[in-house]
Design a protein around this ligand. Structure first.
Ligand code: GZL
Length: 332
């Protein structure tokens, strides 16, 4: 009976999520589903991903898919296209299907109590991957795996202090903000401002959201360059927006990395190449390859082991002062 129920749930879920749902490794899913029906022990994970907005995100998704596949876990991946409603729908579908665990990268920090309480009532554990939530109910998720965004912001501020050590003039800073209300954008902004406030000549003259996207980063930087003539620094919350901003600068004859100092976060290959070309001055890495850690923690959780509440991954800093030939290929 349970096996038939299993098949019904799979069909329900695939219909329920429309085109957004992809069973990772879709090729030959019928044989895979047959296998799943045969093997009651296959762990099924529901993964509500933010979207596909940046190279970082694509690498993060791939890392989780590969790690789940390597462990023989079935991963139901849903690309929420940066909409919280899509993630909430996805979580409800995972609950209906009775997945073993839910992986959630919450597009923004708030608005999760109702649906995560439904997961709790269904006795389905939730692991937060990459981004965090703000809640008064700590038992809504079991673990967060990702970067320390506040620390990333502080590292960006520390570079700026070093870069302009001894300067007395006013330093005008433009901030390209990530998705408003997301934990990476909030943390990166807070950490950066905590550090630079120690230096009275640092001034953030403009802060606008490019939603972590290349196209919006370029569009907003164009507008800012029209409005402000005396920009010394760009602090950008991710490389996709930075690459768009560099295009906007070069289109009007501004030399990125020279006329405007650039600090950016993620560490994708294209931005490391720009650092090597002198177009960027500091790259704060945000490691997207969380898959192995997340799958290991999920396995331990499902075995009934206690797992840590927070697992921060290590992030490196690459600056114009480093031997850039030592940077290994980034893979994203
Ligand atoms: C950070 C992640 C951010 C990346 C962006 O962990 O949530 O979202 O910095 C991505 O590239 O869009």
């Amino acid at each position: 009976m349970r096996k038939i129920l299993h098949m019904q749930r799979i069909i329900f879920l695939m219909l329920g999520c429309g085109g957004l749902l992809m069973l990772s490794g879709c090729q030959g899913e019928n044989s895979r589903l047959d296998q799943q029906l045969k093997d009651e022990r296959t762990v099924v994970l529901g993964f509500a991903q933010v979207g596909a907005e940046s190279s970082w995100r694509l690498s993060n998704t791939q890392s989780i898919k590969e790690a789940a596949s390597a462990e023989g876990m079935q991963l139901m991946y849903i690309n929420a296209e940066q909409k919280q409603d899509n993630q909430i729908k996805a979580i409800r579908s995972f609950i209906a299907y009775q997945v073993d665990a839910i992986l959630l990268s919450p597009v923004i920090e708030t608005g999760w109590e109702n649906v995560l309480n439904e997961a709790k009532l269904a006795d389905i554990p939730v692991i937060l991957t990459d981004r965090e939530i703000k809640t008064e109910q700590p038992d809504l998720y079991r673990c967060f795996v990702g970067s320390d965004f506040h620390k990333e912001g502080k590292m960006a501020g520390e570079f700026l202090k070093k870069k302009f050590k001894g300067y007395k003039e006013e330093i005008n800073i433009v901030e390209l903000y990530g998705t408003i209300g997301s934990s990476p954008a909030e943390g990166r902004s807070r950490g950066f401002k905590e550090v630079i406030k120690e230096n009275p000549n640092f001034r953030v003259i403009c802060s606008r959201s490019g939603d972590f996207m290349h196209s919006k980063g370029k569009e907003i930087m164009k507008d800012i360059l029209d409005e402000y003539q005396d920009i010394d620094v760009l602090y950008s919350h991710n490389d996709s927006m930075t690459l768009g901003a560099i295009e906007a600068m070069e289109e009007v004859g501004i030399r990125p990395g020279k006329d405007i100092i650039i600090i950016t976060i993620d560490g994708e290959q294209k931005i490391i190449d720009a650092l090597k070309q002198g177009k960027v001055n500091c790259v704060i890495e945000c490691n997207p390859k969380l898959g192995d850690t997340i799958v290991d923690l999920t396995k331990r959780l499902l075995k009934g082991e206690n797992i840590p509440r927070t697992v921060f991954v290590e992030d490196m800093v690459f600056t114009e002062w480093d031997d850039l030939s030592l940077i290994a290929p980034r893979g994203y």
